[in-house]
Design a binder for this molecule. Sequence first.
Ligand SMILES: [Zn+2]
Ligand SMILES: [Zn+2]
Length: 382
Amino acid sequence: MRVTLWGTRGSYPSFPTHREVRAYAESVSSETIAYVRERFHSEGGLDELRELFRRSPEEIENELSISYPPIFGGETTCIEIETSEGNVIILDCGSGIRKCAAEILKRRSETKLNEISLFGSHAHLDHRSGLSFAGICFANPPFDIQVFGCSGFLKALDARFALFSHNASESTYSDDPIDYASMSASFRGIEICTTDKEEELVDAVPWEVRDIAEPIMIGSTAVQPFMSYHGLTECLGYRIEHGGKSFVFSTDHEKLSPEMISLSNLGSEEVEKSMRVDQELVEICQGADLAYFDGQYCREEYLGRQGIGSSPAVSRVGWGHGCVEDILDRVSQTEIKRALIGHHDPERSWSGLVEMAEQLQEFSAGKDFQVELARDGLTVNL
Ligand SMILES: [Zn+2]
Ligand SMILES: [Zn+2]
């Protein structure tokens, strides 16, 4: 299967600023000018320059040691999986789904794709804000899109687009003018139920209901949902198995510990729930070839001893997000081969992310697993 990350920012889309891009462009041009000037004034330098500029742009870049720093997300959460059978699974429809959909439509003449499976993690806006900007909703011929998610995710999509009930109300148009009838795609909702539901409640919703324990088959691909801990908001992760390879998608998950009680309004029950769910996540991750985790904060930021960008130092305990340090522990405890840390804080600068990526590279050196920062546009073939 091929896994492509289309959105890896947490909470709100955020890109390198014009100042950061400009500073990078200036450093490249001043190094290039220095290189040319030095040769211009040296004996034989002009011939050297003539010879250099006859080469390909790539060779010139190598000679001038121009490096392209990675650009980290970007858009909010969206990951695409294409299986060897040609099935397409999309995880979350944050702002990244716009570009994901554009790519799916570009490939459509070859793939002849008509069905898409969308799996949502939870109802928060950064995981569903992109749907009405996704070309797959308006394509001709239309797509059949089956939407899996917890009740909150399906409810949020239904409230905004009347996607499953086809029962639009005034509030449907409070964010934008689009509803299900403006879209060519047909949508089928499948709720992944995390609790025992009474039959009347199951009958009352405009979608199917299935148990979280049951794996979902998309062709020969098995998708196993699991719970994340995201405060009071119900949130799901997914382990995807295809062709003997596995990918764990775990976003918006916070690992609490008893010391956190004094730092927040959380009760001991919440802490116990988070610890239990985190232990389950460790088990789910065993032996995964690839995993994606929410590492929005470093421990010092999480505990409120350090700010992030222009965001002041406040305790972020109970905000539902993970720490990089916890991910490193988790990866060390499981046999994950490659872990990607995403849901980057919108306040984390480009240079901050580049620095973090270098630290992770050092951490991974010599180990039999690799931990790196997730970035928009990264594709991993499994
Ligand atoms: Zn989020
Ligand atoms: Zn969230």
